[in-house]
Write a protein that binds this ligand. Structure first.
Ligand code: HEC
Length: 459
Protein backbone atom coordinates (compact mmCIF):
# COMPACT_ATOMS: atom_id res chain seq x y z
CA UNK A 1 0.00 0.00 0.00
CA UNK A 2 2.76 2.39 -1.06
CA UNK A 3 0.44 5.19 -2.10
CA UNK A 4 -0.90 5.65 1.37
CA UNK A 5 0.84 6.80 4.49
CA UNK A 6 0.77 4.27 7.31
CA UNK A 7 -1.55 6.44 9.37
CA UNK A 8 -4.03 6.64 6.53
CA UNK A 9 -3.94 2.88 6.16
CA UNK A 10 -4.77 2.51 9.84
CA UNK A 11 -7.38 5.24 9.56
CA UNK A 12 -9.24 3.58 6.67
CA UNK A 13 -8.75 0.12 8.13
CA UNK A 14 -10.93 0.96 11.09
CA UNK A 15 -13.87 1.35 8.69
CA UNK A 16 -13.78 -2.31 7.74
CA UNK A 17 -16.13 -3.53 10.49
CA UNK A 18 -18.61 -0.85 9.43
CA UNK A 19 -18.49 -1.27 5.65
CA UNK A 20 -18.48 -5.04 5.80
CA UNK A 21 -22.19 -5.00 6.61
CA UNK A 22 -23.01 -3.69 3.13
CA UNK A 23 -21.96 -6.80 1.14
CA UNK A 24 -23.58 -8.95 3.83
CA UNK A 25 -26.85 -7.06 3.45
CA UNK A 26 -26.88 -7.13 -0.34
CA UNK A 27 -26.07 -10.83 -0.61
CA UNK A 28 -28.78 -11.72 1.88
CA UNK A 29 -31.14 -9.48 -0.06
CA UNK A 30 -30.34 -11.41 -3.27
CA UNK A 31 -31.15 -14.67 -1.50
CA UNK A 32 -34.43 -13.23 -0.21
CA UNK A 33 -35.37 -12.00 -3.72
CA UNK A 34 -34.74 -15.45 -5.13
CA UNK A 35 -36.84 -17.10 -2.43
CA UNK A 36 -39.72 -14.71 -3.09
CA UNK A 37 -39.42 -15.19 -6.86
CA UNK A 38 -39.50 -18.94 -6.41
CA UNK A 39 -42.41 -19.08 -3.94
CA UNK A 40 -44.60 -16.41 -5.48
CA UNK A 41 -43.59 -17.05 -9.08
CA UNK A 42 -42.81 -13.38 -9.67
CA UNK A 43 -40.04 -11.96 -11.81
CA UNK A 44 -37.26 -10.59 -9.63
CA UNK A 45 -34.40 -11.44 -11.96
CA UNK A 46 -32.98 -7.97 -12.25
CA UNK A 47 -33.43 -7.16 -8.57
CA UNK A 48 -31.53 -10.30 -7.53
CA UNK A 49 -28.83 -9.66 -10.13
CA UNK A 50 -28.19 -6.09 -8.98
CA UNK A 51 -28.21 -7.08 -5.34
CA UNK A 52 -25.47 -9.60 -6.12
CA UNK A 53 -23.52 -7.05 -8.12
CA UNK A 54 -23.71 -4.56 -5.25
CA UNK A 55 -22.74 -7.33 -2.81
CA UNK A 56 -19.67 -8.20 -4.86
CA UNK A 57 -18.66 -4.56 -5.37
CA UNK A 58 -18.92 -3.66 -1.69
CA UNK A 59 -17.22 -6.97 -0.92
CA UNK A 60 -14.16 -5.79 -2.85
CA UNK A 61 -14.13 -2.55 -0.90
CA UNK A 62 -14.58 -4.33 2.41
CA UNK A 63 -11.72 -6.67 1.56
CA UNK A 64 -9.42 -3.75 0.73
CA UNK A 65 -10.22 -2.09 4.07
CA UNK A 66 -9.80 -5.47 5.75
CA UNK A 67 -6.21 -5.69 4.53
CA UNK A 68 -5.55 -2.25 5.96
CA UNK A 69 -7.06 -3.20 9.32
CA UNK A 70 -5.04 -6.42 9.45
CA UNK A 71 -1.84 -4.41 8.98
CA UNK A 72 -2.33 -3.12 12.54
CA UNK A 73 -1.29 -6.59 13.63
CA UNK A 74 -2.10 -8.35 16.85
CA UNK A 75 -4.46 -10.93 15.36
CA UNK A 76 -4.27 -14.67 15.69
CA UNK A 77 -2.89 -15.77 12.33
CA UNK A 78 -5.13 -18.78 11.81
CA UNK A 79 -8.28 -16.84 12.72
CA UNK A 80 -7.24 -13.95 10.50
CA UNK A 81 -6.44 -16.17 7.51
CA UNK A 82 -9.68 -18.10 7.80
CA UNK A 83 -11.64 -14.89 7.87
CA UNK A 84 -9.62 -13.43 5.00
CA UNK A 85 -10.08 -16.38 2.66
CA UNK A 86 -13.74 -17.04 3.43
CA UNK A 87 -14.36 -13.31 2.92
CA UNK A 88 -12.50 -13.18 -0.40
CA UNK A 89 -14.22 -16.34 -1.63
CA UNK A 90 -17.61 -14.92 -0.73
CA UNK A 91 -16.89 -11.84 -2.81
CA UNK A 92 -15.62 -13.82 -5.80
CA UNK A 93 -18.58 -16.19 -5.67
CA UNK A 94 -21.06 -13.33 -5.40
CA UNK A 95 -19.47 -11.85 -8.55
CA UNK A 96 -19.63 -15.22 -10.30
CA UNK A 97 -23.26 -15.66 -9.29
CA UNK A 98 -24.01 -12.25 -10.80
CA UNK A 99 -22.52 -13.26 -14.17
CA UNK A 100 -24.41 -16.55 -14.11
CA UNK A 101 -27.57 -14.65 -13.33
CA UNK A 102 -27.37 -12.19 -16.24
CA UNK A 103 -26.55 -15.09 -18.57
CA UNK A 104 -29.32 -17.30 -17.28
CA UNK A 105 -31.65 -16.82 -20.18
CA UNK A 106 -28.88 -17.67 -22.64
CA UNK A 107 -27.45 -20.90 -21.31
CA UNK A 108 -29.05 -23.93 -19.73
CA UNK A 109 -25.92 -24.87 -17.78
CA UNK A 110 -25.88 -21.42 -16.15
CA UNK A 111 -29.44 -21.95 -14.96
CA UNK A 112 -28.31 -25.17 -13.26
CA UNK A 113 -25.12 -23.83 -11.70
CA UNK A 114 -26.59 -20.55 -10.46
CA UNK A 115 -28.57 -21.88 -7.45
CA UNK A 116 -25.52 -23.82 -6.30
CA UNK A 117 -23.32 -20.74 -6.59
CA UNK A 118 -25.84 -18.64 -4.67
CA UNK A 119 -26.17 -21.22 -1.90
CA UNK A 120 -22.39 -21.50 -1.62
CA UNK A 121 -22.05 -17.71 -1.48
CA UNK A 122 -24.51 -17.66 1.36
CA UNK A 123 -22.71 -20.42 3.30
CA UNK A 124 -19.31 -18.78 2.82
CA UNK A 125 -20.79 -15.46 3.86
CA UNK A 126 -21.99 -16.95 7.13
CA UNK A 127 -18.57 -18.46 7.78
CA UNK A 128 -16.71 -15.26 6.93
CA UNK A 129 -19.05 -13.32 9.20
CA UNK A 130 -18.61 -15.79 12.01
CA UNK A 131 -14.81 -15.75 11.83
CA UNK A 132 -14.86 -11.98 11.54
CA UNK A 133 -16.94 -11.85 14.71
CA UNK A 134 -14.39 -14.07 16.43
CA UNK A 135 -11.63 -11.64 15.46
CA UNK A 136 -13.56 -8.78 16.97
CA UNK A 137 -14.87 -10.41 20.11
CA UNK A 138 -12.84 -13.59 20.63
CA UNK A 139 -13.98 -17.06 19.62
CA UNK A 140 -15.69 -17.80 22.91
CA UNK A 141 -17.88 -14.75 22.53
CA UNK A 142 -20.88 -16.45 20.96
CA UNK A 143 -21.09 -19.13 23.62
CA UNK A 144 -20.06 -17.06 26.60
CA UNK A 145 -23.54 -16.82 28.09
CA UNK A 146 -24.92 -20.02 26.63
CA UNK A 147 -26.38 -22.59 29.04
CA UNK A 148 -23.86 -25.32 29.86
CA UNK A 149 -25.79 -27.91 27.85
CA UNK A 150 -25.38 -25.79 24.71
CA UNK A 151 -21.74 -25.02 25.54
CA UNK A 152 -21.15 -28.77 25.68
CA UNK A 153 -22.60 -29.14 22.16
CA UNK A 154 -20.20 -26.44 20.98
CA UNK A 155 -17.34 -28.42 22.54
CA UNK A 156 -16.68 -25.96 25.35
CA UNK A 157 -16.04 -26.43 29.03
CA UNK A 158 -18.99 -25.69 31.28
CA UNK A 159 -18.85 -22.05 32.33
CA UNK A 160 -17.48 -21.65 35.81
CA UNK A 161 -19.92 -19.92 38.11
CA UNK A 162 -18.19 -16.92 39.67
CA UNK A 163 -17.82 -17.26 43.42
CA UNK A 164 -18.79 -14.10 45.22
CA UNK A 165 -18.57 -15.28 48.83
CA UNK A 166 -15.60 -13.68 50.51
CA UNK A 167 -14.59 -16.93 52.21
CA UNK A 168 -14.26 -18.99 49.05
CA UNK A 169 -13.60 -16.53 46.19
CA UNK A 170 -10.31 -17.03 44.33
CA UNK A 171 -8.17 -13.97 43.82
CA UNK A 172 -7.38 -14.71 40.19
CA UNK A 173 -10.51 -16.45 38.89
CA UNK A 174 -13.04 -14.32 40.69
CA UNK A 175 -11.31 -10.97 40.89
CA UNK A 176 -8.41 -10.40 38.47
CA UNK A 177 -9.66 -12.57 35.61
CA UNK A 178 -13.10 -11.09 36.04
CA UNK A 179 -11.67 -7.58 35.57
CA UNK A 180 -9.58 -8.53 32.52
CA UNK A 181 -12.55 -10.25 30.92
CA UNK A 182 -14.72 -7.20 31.38
CA UNK A 183 -12.26 -4.50 30.40
CA UNK A 184 -9.27 -5.89 28.48
CA UNK A 185 -9.91 -9.15 26.74
CA UNK A 186 -11.79 -7.86 23.71
CA UNK A 187 -8.30 -6.90 22.51
CA UNK A 188 -6.09 -9.32 24.42
CA UNK A 189 -7.67 -12.70 23.68
CA UNK A 190 -6.46 -15.74 21.82
CA UNK A 191 -7.79 -14.51 18.47
CA UNK A 192 -6.59 -10.96 18.87
CA UNK A 193 -3.40 -10.35 20.79
CA UNK A 194 -2.83 -6.63 20.66
CA UNK A 195 0.71 -5.77 21.68
CA UNK A 196 1.39 -9.52 21.57
CA UNK A 197 -0.39 -9.77 24.90
CA UNK A 198 -2.98 -12.32 25.97
CA UNK A 199 -4.66 -11.71 29.30
CA UNK A 200 -6.87 -14.77 29.67
CA UNK A 201 -4.67 -17.43 31.24
CA UNK A 202 -2.15 -17.30 34.10
CA UNK A 203 0.74 -18.36 31.85
CA UNK A 204 -0.04 -15.82 29.13
CA UNK A 205 -0.39 -13.04 31.69
CA UNK A 206 3.01 -13.86 33.19
CA UNK A 207 4.58 -14.27 29.75
CA UNK A 208 3.69 -10.68 28.90
CA UNK A 209 3.58 -8.94 25.54
CA UNK A 210 5.94 -8.04 22.72
CA UNK A 211 7.98 -5.92 25.13
CA UNK A 212 8.33 -8.62 27.73
CA UNK A 213 6.68 -9.27 31.09
CA UNK A 214 3.93 -6.90 32.17
CA UNK A 215 3.62 -8.05 35.79
CA UNK A 216 6.43 -7.85 38.35
CA UNK A 217 5.12 -9.76 41.37
CA UNK A 218 5.39 -7.58 44.48
CA UNK A 219 6.13 -4.42 42.53
CA UNK A 220 3.11 -2.67 41.13
CA UNK A 221 4.98 0.46 40.06
CA UNK A 222 7.44 -1.68 38.07
CA UNK A 223 4.65 -3.56 36.32
CA UNK A 224 3.93 -2.37 32.78
CA UNK A 225 0.33 -3.50 33.06
CA UNK A 226 -0.26 -1.41 36.16
CA UNK A 227 1.55 1.55 34.64
CA UNK A 228 -0.69 1.39 31.56
CA UNK A 229 -3.94 1.48 33.52
CA UNK A 230 -2.83 4.28 35.84
CA UNK A 231 -1.59 6.70 33.17
CA UNK A 232 -3.48 9.81 32.27
CA UNK A 233 -6.32 8.55 30.02
CA UNK A 234 -5.13 10.96 27.32
CA UNK A 235 -1.69 9.29 27.23
CA UNK A 236 -1.19 7.15 24.12
CA UNK A 237 -0.08 4.15 26.21
CA UNK A 238 -3.18 4.25 28.39
CA UNK A 239 -5.15 0.99 28.60
CA UNK A 240 -7.80 0.24 27.55
CA UNK A 241 -7.41 2.07 24.24
CA UNK A 242 -9.97 3.33 21.76
CA UNK A 243 -12.15 4.94 24.38
CA UNK A 244 -13.23 1.65 25.93
CA UNK A 245 -14.52 1.86 29.50
CA UNK A 246 -11.49 2.33 31.76
CA UNK A 247 -10.99 0.44 35.00
CA UNK A 248 -12.82 1.86 38.01
CA UNK A 249 -10.74 3.13 40.90
CA UNK A 250 -11.68 -0.01 42.83
CA UNK A 251 -10.60 -2.32 40.00
CA UNK A 252 -7.30 -0.47 39.66
CA UNK A 253 -6.71 -0.69 43.41
CA UNK A 254 -7.47 -4.42 43.38
CA UNK A 255 -4.95 -5.06 40.58
CA UNK A 256 -2.36 -3.13 42.57
CA UNK A 257 -3.17 -5.14 45.68
CA UNK A 258 -2.93 -8.42 43.76
CA UNK A 259 0.47 -7.50 42.30
CA UNK A 260 1.79 -6.30 45.67
CA UNK A 261 0.66 -9.59 47.21
CA UNK A 262 2.90 -11.39 44.70
CA UNK A 263 0.39 -11.84 41.83
CA UNK A 264 -0.75 -15.32 42.93
CA UNK A 265 -3.10 -17.34 40.71
CA UNK A 266 -4.33 -20.14 42.93
CA UNK A 267 -4.85 -18.39 46.25
CA UNK A 268 -8.13 -17.49 47.83
CA UNK A 269 -8.91 -13.88 48.54
CA UNK A 270 -8.81 -14.63 52.28
CA UNK A 271 -5.29 -16.10 52.00
CA UNK A 272 -3.93 -12.64 51.18
CA UNK A 273 -3.59 -9.80 53.62
CA UNK A 274 -6.50 -7.45 53.31
CA UNK A 275 -7.08 -4.04 54.78
CA UNK A 276 -10.60 -2.78 55.43
CA UNK A 277 -10.12 -0.69 52.35
CA UNK A 278 -9.39 -3.72 50.18
CA UNK A 279 -12.51 -5.37 51.57
CA UNK A 280 -14.44 -2.33 50.41
CA UNK A 281 -12.93 -2.58 46.92
CA UNK A 282 -13.78 -6.28 46.81
CA UNK A 283 -17.34 -5.45 47.70
CA UNK A 284 -17.43 -2.93 44.88
CA UNK A 285 -16.64 -5.71 42.37
CA UNK A 286 -19.21 -8.00 43.96
CA UNK A 287 -17.07 -10.13 46.28
CA UNK A 288 -18.18 -10.47 49.88
CA UNK A 289 -21.45 -8.68 49.49
CA UNK A 290 -23.44 -10.16 52.36
CA UNK A 291 -26.81 -11.36 51.28
CA UNK A 292 -29.31 -9.00 52.78
CA UNK A 293 -31.39 -10.46 55.54
CA UNK A 294 -34.47 -10.41 53.35
CA UNK A 295 -32.78 -12.05 50.37
CA UNK A 296 -31.69 -14.94 52.57
CA UNK A 297 -35.26 -15.77 53.60
CA UNK A 298 -37.68 -17.45 51.31
CA UNK A 299 -41.19 -16.66 52.33
CA UNK A 300 -44.61 -17.70 51.04
CA UNK A 301 -46.81 -14.91 49.75
CA UNK A 302 -49.60 -13.54 51.88
CA UNK A 303 -53.03 -14.98 51.14
CA UNK A 304 -55.33 -12.89 49.00
CA UNK A 305 -57.96 -12.64 51.81
CA UNK A 306 -55.37 -11.28 54.21
CA UNK A 307 -54.28 -8.66 51.68
CA UNK A 308 -57.90 -7.72 51.11
CA UNK A 309 -58.54 -7.31 54.82
CA UNK A 310 -55.50 -5.06 55.13
CA UNK A 311 -56.69 -2.84 52.35
CA UNK A 312 -60.24 -2.82 53.71
CA UNK A 313 -58.79 -1.53 56.99
CA UNK A 314 -57.32 1.40 55.06
CA UNK A 315 -53.68 0.31 54.69
CA UNK A 316 -51.71 0.93 51.52
CA UNK A 317 -49.97 -2.33 50.62
CA UNK A 318 -47.21 -2.84 48.05
CA UNK A 319 -44.59 -5.51 47.48
CA UNK A 320 -41.08 -4.07 47.90
CA UNK A 321 -40.06 -5.31 44.44
CA UNK A 322 -41.67 -7.14 41.56
CA UNK A 323 -42.37 -10.78 42.38
CA UNK A 324 -41.35 -10.23 45.96
CA UNK A 325 -43.32 -11.69 48.84
CA UNK A 326 -42.17 -8.84 51.08
CA UNK A 327 -44.68 -6.15 51.85
CA UNK A 328 -44.38 -2.45 52.35
CA UNK A 329 -47.38 -1.22 54.30
CA UNK A 330 -48.42 2.28 55.19
CA UNK A 331 -51.34 4.16 56.67
CA UNK A 332 -51.98 7.66 55.43
CA UNK A 333 -51.80 10.29 58.18
CA UNK A 334 -54.73 12.11 56.63
CA UNK A 335 -56.87 8.97 56.24
CA UNK A 336 -60.54 9.66 56.99
CA UNK A 337 -60.63 6.89 59.62
CA UNK A 338 -58.27 7.40 62.52
CA UNK A 339 -55.85 4.59 63.35
CA UNK A 340 -57.14 2.25 66.04
CA UNK A 341 -56.15 -0.94 67.78
CA UNK A 342 -58.46 -3.09 65.65
CA UNK A 343 -56.60 -2.03 62.48
CA UNK A 344 -53.31 -3.15 63.99
CA UNK A 345 -54.86 -6.47 64.90
CA UNK A 346 -55.79 -6.91 61.23
CA UNK A 347 -52.27 -5.90 60.22
CA UNK A 348 -50.82 -8.61 62.44
CA UNK A 349 -52.41 -11.14 60.06
CA UNK A 350 -49.55 -10.42 57.65
CA UNK A 351 -46.88 -9.99 60.32
CA UNK A 352 -44.42 -12.42 58.72
CA UNK A 353 -44.36 -10.63 55.38
CA UNK A 354 -44.32 -7.02 56.45
CA UNK A 355 -40.83 -5.62 56.25
CA UNK A 356 -41.48 -1.89 55.85
CA UNK A 357 -44.13 -0.20 57.92
CA UNK A 358 -45.09 3.46 57.93
CA UNK A 359 -47.46 4.75 60.59
CA UNK A 360 -46.20 8.35 60.57
CA UNK A 361 -48.63 10.98 61.79
CA UNK A 362 -51.28 8.53 62.97
CA UNK A 363 -52.90 8.44 66.42
CA UNK A 364 -50.66 5.52 67.42
CA UNK A 365 -50.95 4.59 71.13
CA UNK A 366 -48.10 3.03 73.07
CA UNK A 367 -49.73 -0.30 73.82
CA UNK A 368 -50.73 -0.84 70.17
CA UNK A 369 -47.05 -1.26 69.45
CA UNK A 370 -47.22 -4.71 71.09
CA UNK A 371 -48.50 -5.91 67.70
CA UNK A 372 -45.70 -4.24 65.75
CA UNK A 373 -43.14 -5.60 68.20
CA UNK A 374 -44.06 -9.08 66.96
CA UNK A 375 -43.37 -8.50 63.26
CA UNK A 376 -40.28 -10.73 63.03
CA UNK A 377 -39.03 -9.44 59.68
CA UNK A 378 -39.57 -5.76 60.11
CA UNK A 379 -36.56 -3.84 58.77
CA UNK A 380 -37.98 -0.31 58.51
CA UNK A 381 -40.40 1.37 60.82
CA UNK A 382 -41.65 4.93 60.74
CA UNK A 383 -43.67 6.05 63.76
CA UNK A 384 -42.64 9.69 63.62
CA UNK A 385 -45.08 12.48 64.59
CA UNK A 386 -47.25 10.13 66.65
CA UNK A 387 -48.24 10.30 70.33
CA UNK A 388 -45.85 7.42 71.12
CA UNK A 389 -43.84 7.75 74.35
CA UNK A 390 -40.99 5.91 76.07
CA UNK A 391 -43.47 3.25 77.18
CA UNK A 392 -44.20 2.36 73.54
CA UNK A 393 -40.55 1.75 72.64
CA UNK A 394 -40.42 -1.05 75.24
CA UNK A 395 -42.62 -3.12 72.94
CA UNK A 396 -40.14 -2.90 70.08
CA UNK A 397 -36.98 -4.28 71.71
CA UNK A 398 -37.42 -7.72 70.12
CA UNK A 399 -37.13 -6.29 66.59
CA UNK A 400 -33.58 -7.54 66.01
CA UNK A 401 -33.81 -7.08 62.24
CA UNK A 402 -34.91 -3.50 62.39
CA UNK A 403 -32.44 -1.40 60.39
CA UNK A 404 -34.27 1.87 60.11
CA UNK A 405 -36.34 3.56 62.81
CA UNK A 406 -37.84 6.99 62.58
CA UNK A 407 -39.30 8.43 65.80
CA UNK A 408 -38.82 12.11 65.02
CA UNK A 409 -41.31 14.49 66.58
CA UNK A 410 -42.40 12.09 69.34
CA UNK A 411 -42.40 12.45 73.14
CA UNK A 412 -39.37 10.15 73.62
CA UNK A 413 -36.90 11.07 76.37
CA UNK A 414 -33.63 9.63 77.60
CA UNK A 415 -35.74 7.04 79.43
CA UNK A 416 -36.14 5.28 76.04
CA UNK A 417 -32.41 5.18 75.37
CA UNK A 418 -31.68 1.81 76.98
CA UNK A 419 -34.51 0.22 75.02
CA UNK A 420 -33.28 1.75 71.77
CA UNK A 421 -29.84 0.29 72.55
CA UNK A 422 -31.41 -3.18 72.34
CA UNK A 423 -32.09 -2.75 68.63
CA UNK A 424 -28.82 -4.34 67.60
CA UNK A 425 -29.57 -4.38 63.84
CA UNK A 426 -30.18 -0.66 63.64
CA UNK A 427 -28.32 1.30 60.98
CA UNK A 428 -30.25 4.53 60.90
CA UNK A 429 -32.17 6.23 63.69
CA UNK A 430 -34.05 9.52 63.32
CA UNK A 431 -34.31 11.29 66.65
CA UNK A 432 -34.69 14.98 65.95
CA UNK A 433 -37.41 16.91 67.74
CA UNK A 434 -37.63 14.43 70.57
CA UNK A 435 -36.75 14.86 74.21
CA UNK A 436 -33.62 12.75 73.87
CA UNK A 437 -30.52 14.71 74.86
CA UNK A 438 -27.07 14.72 73.34
CA UNK A 439 -25.93 12.52 76.20
CA UNK A 440 -28.65 10.07 75.23
CA UNK A 441 -27.49 10.06 71.61
CA UNK A 442 -23.90 9.50 72.78
CA UNK A 443 -25.04 6.51 74.81
CA UNK A 444 -26.79 5.04 71.75
CA UNK A 445 -23.84 5.47 69.38
CA UNK A 446 -21.66 3.95 72.06
CA UNK A 447 -23.83 0.86 72.36
CA UNK A 448 -24.51 0.58 68.64
CA UNK A 449 -21.36 1.78 66.85
CA UNK A 450 -22.73 1.10 63.37
CA UNK A 451 -25.85 3.16 63.77
CA UNK A 452 -26.13 6.56 62.17
CA UNK A 453 -28.24 8.83 64.34
CA UNK A 454 -29.95 11.77 62.68
CA UNK A 455 -30.41 14.18 65.52
CA UNK A 456 -30.38 17.59 63.91
CA UNK A 457 -33.01 18.83 61.54
CA UNK A 458 -31.94 17.39 58.18
CA UNK A 459 -31.28 20.26 55.81
C1 HEC B 1 -9.52 -1.65 22.31
C2 HEC B 1 -8.42 -2.58 22.39
C3 HEC B 1 -7.68 -2.73 23.72
C4 HEC B 1 -8.19 -2.91 24.97
C5 HEC B 1 -9.67 -2.97 25.39
C6 HEC B 1 -7.07 -3.06 25.85
N1 HEC B 1 -5.91 -3.00 25.15
FE1 HEC B 1 -4.04 -3.27 25.87
N2 HEC B 1 -3.26 -2.98 24.02
C7 HEC B 1 -3.98 -2.68 22.89
C8 HEC B 1 -3.07 -2.42 21.78
C9 HEC B 1 -3.49 -2.01 20.35
C10 HEC B 1 -1.76 -2.60 22.28
C11 HEC B 1 -0.47 -2.44 21.53
C12 HEC B 1 -0.09 -1.02 21.37
C13 HEC B 1 0.50 -0.46 22.61
O1 HEC B 1 1.45 -1.07 23.13
O2 HEC B 1 0.02 0.57 23.10
C14 HEC B 1 -1.92 -2.94 23.70
C15 HEC B 1 -0.85 -3.19 24.54
C16 HEC B 1 -0.98 -3.46 25.89
C17 HEC B 1 0.12 -3.69 26.79
C18 HEC B 1 1.58 -3.67 26.42
C19 HEC B 1 2.04 -5.00 25.92
C20 HEC B 1 3.50 -4.93 25.47
O3 HEC B 1 4.24 -5.86 25.82
O4 HEC B 1 3.83 -3.97 24.81
C21 HEC B 1 -0.40 -3.91 28.03
C22 HEC B 1 0.35 -4.19 29.30
C23 HEC B 1 -1.83 -3.82 27.91
N3 HEC B 1 -2.17 -3.56 26.60
C24 HEC B 1 -2.70 -3.99 28.96
C25 HEC B 1 -4.07 -3.83 28.85
C26 HEC B 1 -4.97 -3.93 29.97
C27 HEC B 1 -4.58 -4.23 31.41
C28 HEC B 1 -6.22 -3.72 29.49
C29 HEC B 1 -7.52 -3.67 30.27
C30 HEC B 1 -7.59 -2.71 31.31
C31 HEC B 1 -6.10 -3.50 28.06
N4 HEC B 1 -4.79 -3.57 27.71
C32 HEC B 1 -7.18 -3.27 27.21
C33 HEC B 1 -5.35 -2.64 22.77
C34 HEC B 1 -6.23 -2.78 23.83
Amino acid sequence: MVFLETNMVLFFGRFHPLLVHLPIGFIILAVIFELIAWRKKVDLHLAAAYALLAGAAFGVMAAALGFMLASEGGYNEWALNTHKWTGISTTLLAGAAYFLKINLSKAVWARKVYPVALALTFILLSLAGHYGGNLTHGSDYLWEHAPNSIRALAGLQPARERITLLDSALVYEDVVHHIFEAKCNVCHNKDKQKGGLLLNTPSSIMKGGENGPVIMPGEASESELFRRVTLDPAHEDFMPTEGRTPLTKEETALLEWWILEGAPFDKKVIDLSRSERVNGYLKAVGIGEEKSFLASLDLAAVKREVLDSLMAAGFRVKTIANHSTWLEVGYAAHHKDAMDEEKLRVLAGASENITWLTLSGTALQDHWLTYVGQFPHLTRLRIDQTPVTDAGIKHLVSLKNLEYLNVYGTQLTDAAVEDLCQLSGLKKLYLWQTGITEAGVARITDALPTVKVVYQHPR
